[in-house]
Design a protein around this ligand. Structure first.
Ligand code: ZN
Length: 347
């Protein structure tokens, strides 16, 4: 049995603890990046390919991994900070052997542009969405409360909305069916309130409500989630746990109550596909699957290349057994807009 990328990531994380300075940094970084490598390192080595083509792999990390593959050490269960993360390589395997949800998915419902902390324009993200075969993407830049990520004011949000309208018109005139959803990742304070004028949210197609502060609290945060869900402008709870691989464990709640509330309100919880987030993770998604609340899959991409990580979110939904009619990204564009519109009339 050769080592998987997930096992190599754990060995790298433990290796980092033995060093200081550059080696510590290199091993930690490679451990995190390993979840986004598209192929199993063991297969690459077997085929005589260089590992240095992989992100975050230099000569030292490459040698470490080769040595481990030659003589596999015992790999222990990961620390809680690193538990229940899957590699992109294993996600691809799940999609190829169980259900190719990626192939049926119609769009990616979380990403950022230069309107907040993304690297490229709305149009460049849209072009990548088209290249990936999506029917739509949602541009979910940050709202004004998140200053560190260049959050948008109401004025900037409406400027972006006009740019998206013009882009959709251009696509329609070119007979393209692809559409960009006017969306937002709204910053939600610990008491569940948003940071934008309600009026500026009314013309949006989709609003994610996410927490970005007080993320290391250890007490039960069920009420915080319920307030977020009950916020009349929120359709999807973004990266619910707020965990980060090998850095932050994330928040804790009585998840069954959170998912019951989402189901009751017909709202969705996100599967954030970013390799070092994977939030919700499979274990919690199994509870969501049982309760039957809606889920939304997004990459949280900050550049076009990161949009490929959608496979991780898709594989998480497949592994957890989320039913197709619960995955909002399987809805055609018009139906998706109909769903968010129906939520507006419920409140
Ligand atoms: Zn966020």
């Amino acid at each position: 049995m050769s080592l998987t990328n997930e096992q190599l990531a754990e060995l790298l994380a433990l290796e980092a603890e033995k060093h200081e300075g550059n080696k510590e940094k290199a091993a930690r970084r490679a451990s995190r990046k390993a979840f986004g490598w598209p192929r199993e390192v063991a297969d690459m080595v077997e085929q005589g390919e260089s590992l240095k083509t992989l992100p975050a792999v230099g000569p030292w990390v490459s040698k470490l991994m080769q040595d481990w593959l030659d003589d596999p050490p015992e790999v222990t269960e990961p620390d809680r900070l690193r538990a229940d993360f899957m590699s992109l390589a294993s996600a691809k395997h799940t999609l190829a052997t169980e259900w190719d949800l990626r192939d049926e998915l119609r769009g990616d419902l979380q990403m950022h542009s230069t309107y907040s902390d993304g690297r490229v324009s709305v149009k460049e993200m849209a072009l990548e969405g088209i290249a990936l075969g999506h029917e739509y993407i949602a541009i979910t830049d940050h709202s004004k409360g998140l200053k560190i990520a260049g959050g948008m004011s109401e004025e900037v949000l409406s400027e972006q909305r006009r740019e998206i309208d013009a882009l959709n018109d251009e696509l329609e005139q070119g007979n393209a069916t692809f559409r960009v959803l006017r969306a937002l990742e709204m910053n939600i304070s610990p008491d569940g309130t948003g940071d934008m004028e309600p009026k500026s949210l009314e013309e949006l197609d989709l609003v994610l409500g996410s927490f970005h502060s007080k993320l290391r609290i250890k007490e039960d945060q069920t009420d915080r989630y319920i307030s977020n869900l009950r916020n009349p402008h929120v359709h999807v709870v973004g990266h619910p746990r707020c965990r980060i691989y090998n850095f932050r464990i994330g928040l804790w709640a009585e998840w069954d109550r959170v998912f019951e509330e989402a189901k009751e309100l017909d709202k969705a919880v996100e599967i954030n596909s970013f390799p070092d987030r994977q939030d919700l993770n499979v274990e919690l998604l199994e509870i969501a699957a049982e309760i039957g609340c809606r889920v939304s899959i997004g990459t949280d991409a900050h550049n076009p290349a990161e949009m490929h990580f959608i496979e991780i979110g898709c594989a998480a939904a497949v592994r957890a057994g989320i039913q197709p009619d619960r995955i909002i990204n399987l809805m055609p564009y018009e139906e998706l807009l109909g769903w968010t519109a129906s939520l507006k009339t419920r409140v």
